[in-house]
Structures are given as structure tokens and as C-alpha cells.
Design a protein around this ligand. Structure first.
Ligand code: ADP
Ligand code: UDP
Length: 237
């Protein structure tokens, strides 16, 4: 199939979406921008769009093979991929295996403390409110999703956690936490959308617990490019 890149439909902080000749499919282009704290910290990093496009293509392709429906169809250039056009759910599902980031702030427990079981938390995608955390009941009360949908998000999040955790472990990486977004294809087909990259996951090198993800940028640790490239190398090896 020869894909035609049509008009730009959306530009976000990390990606641009374009129409194709088929309304069911979009071109997703990964940008070289790095942002954190809801866009308050910004930088450009040449090559990052390409690295993330290739990392997300590899991971989503793997999830597709394992029977998890994702939006990924095919990579068409260094920084672009074809994705299914989803009706997105305005939630971020965060899956955690180890205490880090905002959970460290909330619990006061040291970063790196393993959790006795994996946790799924939901955040409402509302930039103007800095994506507030949402309880199960509040998601139902505000009719963002119903019981059946929430149960499906939960199950799919844990299934991705199992698959991605094993995939990363084989590559010498500890999957600390990550964020997923879901959408529906053709009305009711629950599908993993957005991206799975070092922008949206905490990935620690197992050998020495060195961070290989966006925390290098958030916390000004340096070697951001090297970390993303290392993840790409391991994921495509
Ligand atoms: P943001 O909007 O947070 O700045 P991005 O730059 O990553 O983030 O923009 C990607 C946007 O596209 C997000 O709003 C995301 O929910 C949406 N999106 C991701 N995958 C799909 C898809 N397959 N179909 C439709 N929309 C999608
Ligand atoms: N995350 C994300 N997008 C967001 C918020 C979080 O991809 O808008 C990811 C983040 O990279 C980490 C996980 O979700 O892998 C948990 O993030 P946390 O709640 O600790 O928030 P943060 O420390 O990023 O503020």
C-alpha cells in the first residue's frame, strides 16, 4: 500500500498526526522536541523523533504479534509510522512496578523500592489541570468510561506490563513504570494508541540502575541522546 500524507490534523508536544487517503488510518510523525512538566521545560534534540519512532514501532509491533491490539500498522520513514485512527479515551493509564517519580513524592518511600504487586493508576488528560489523578469512582461518575471499559483498560494494562516487562528484561532493562493511552478503532475495538518510548516509560539499566529514559532530561542528568539510542539499540538488536 502506498500511503499518501494529507493535511495535518493535530500537532502535539511530541508528535504530529496527518490524514491519509483512508480515513481509518493516519500518518504519525515523531518530532525532535523534548518536553517535561506539561511543557514547562522544553528542548530540541536532533534525532529523537527518529529514535522514538523506531522504538515505538518495534514495541507496538511486538505487542501486535503477542495478540494485544495496538494502533501500529507500519513504519514508513525514519520519523513516521502509519497508525489506526482511534477515538481516544481522555485517560492516561500508568502502570507501576517500582516506586519512582510522583509515587515517590506521594508515598515518601525511596525510588527503586519494588511494589509487592503491579499498580494501575488513571490520570485525566487535561493539560490545563496538569492531568489530575482520577479514582475509579470518579471516572464512572464523570462518565469518562463505564465499568466494563475500565475493567478492559485494567486487564490490557497488566497484559502489556507482563509482555513489556519480559521484553525489556531480556534486553537488560528494568521496566519501572510506563504510561499507556487507549482508543477505539471502528467504534468499539479497544486498541493501545499513542507511543511506548523512553518519553513514556521509566527504563533502568539492570546492571547499574542507570536511567535510560526521559528522567535524564527532567532531572538534567545529561546524556539524554545516549540513553535513547541505547534503548533503540537494545530494542532492535
Ligand atoms: P500531546 O497531545 O500530549 O502534546 P503528542 O504530541 O504525543 O501529545 O500528541 C499525540 C496526540 O495524538 C495525543 O493527544 C494522543 O492522545 C493522540 N493519539 C495518539 N495515537 C492516536 C491514534 N492512533 N489515533 C488518534 N489519536 C491518537
Ligand atoms: N508519564 C507519561 N506522560 C505523562 C505522565 C507520566 O508518559 O503525562 C509516564 C512517565 O514517563 C512515567 C510514568 O508515566 O514513566 C509515571 O509518571 P509519574 O506519575 O511518576 O509522573 P512524573 O514523574 O512523570 O511527573
Amino acid at each position: 500500500m502506498k500511503w499518501e500524507k494529507g493535511e495535518m490534523l493535530y500537532e502535539g508536544k511530541a508528535k504530529r498526526l496527518y490524514a491519509t487517503q483512508d480515513p481509518d488510518y493516519l500518518v504519525c510523525e515523531f518530532k525532535d522536541s523534548l518536553t517535561a512538566f506539561n511543557g514547562k521545560l522544553k528542548a530540541e534534540l536532533a534525532g529523537k523523533g527518529e529514535w522514538n519512532n523506531r522504538i515505538s514501532s518495534a514495541i507496538m509491533g511486538y505487542l501486535n504479534e503477542q495478540g494485544v491490539a495496538t494502533h501500529f500498522v507500519e513504519q514508513i520513514s525514519q520519523s513516521e509510522q502509519i497508525v489506526k485512527n482511534l477515538k481516544m479515551v481522555p485517560l492516561e493509564a500508568v502502570v507501576r512496578n517500582v516506586i519512582a517519580g510522583s509515587l515517590h513524592k506521594r508515598t515518601g518511600m525511596p525510588e527503586g523500592t519494588p511494589l509487592s504487586r503491579s499498580v494501575v493508576e488513571y490520570f485525566w488528560k487535561k493539560d490545563e489541570l496538569d492531568d489530575p489523578m482520577m479514582s475509579h469512582d470518579l471516572i464512572l461518575a464523570l462518565e469518562i468510561a463505564d465499568e466494563e471499559q475500565l475493567a478492559a483498560f485494567h486487564e490490557a494494562s497488566l497484559r502489556v506490563n507482563d509482555l513489556l516487562g519480559a521484553y525489556m528484561a531480556e534486553r537488560g532493562i528494568l521496566l519501572v513504570d510506563f504510561k499507556l493511552e487507549f482508543g477505539y478503532f471502528h467504534g468499539d475495538d479497544l486498541t493501545v494508541g499513542d507511543e511506548v518510548t523512553p518519553d513514556t516509560c521509566r527504563l533502568w539499566n539492570k546492571k547499574d540502575m542507570v536511567k535510560l529514559d526521559k528522567d535524564r532530561f527532567r532531572r538534567k542528568l545529561g546524556n539524554v541522546a545516549e540513553a535513547y539510542q541505547e534503548v533503540l539499540t537494545r530494542v532492535t538488536a
